[in-house]
Ligand binder design. Sequence first.
Ligand code: FE
Length: 163
Amino acid sequence: MKYPQFILLLLVTSFSITGCSIAQDKQSPGGLSNSDIDWSSELTPEQYRVLRQCGTEPPFTGKFWDHHELGVYQCAGCGAPLFSSADKYQSGSGWPSFFDALDSSNIKTKIDKAHGMVRTELVCQSCGGHLGHLFNDGPAPHGLRYCINSVSLQFQKDTVSLD
Ligand code: FE
């Protein structure tokens, strides 16, 4: 193999094993493309680190891992509805855990090979924000655990009147 070809192979390989990445080509609900949005001014520094730079919040620190109100968890980046409190359970992991998505078409999965592991990354379909990872150690019957960073979520409490 000639030297330039070897360099090219190295580049291709390094891109293919790169971990989570942020889609830049999706339209936000407001009609702006992600490349038009200054996410650093839209998000808190911690939201930016997790949602736009694929970070992870420390376990047992987020505001939703032990949160039990009834309602819908939305993407903190764009407001897309992602999870229902009815599908939330205590996994013991220290991160908000759900055994199902509210609408699977709102969440995109990607293979994440970062940190020497092969994991399924969960990304907001709408804004491309990093949410967390999907594992297959959830409760029956689904057997799935959507392991989500609290900081990637905002909560919309149920407003159904009991009158
Ligand atoms: Fe989003």
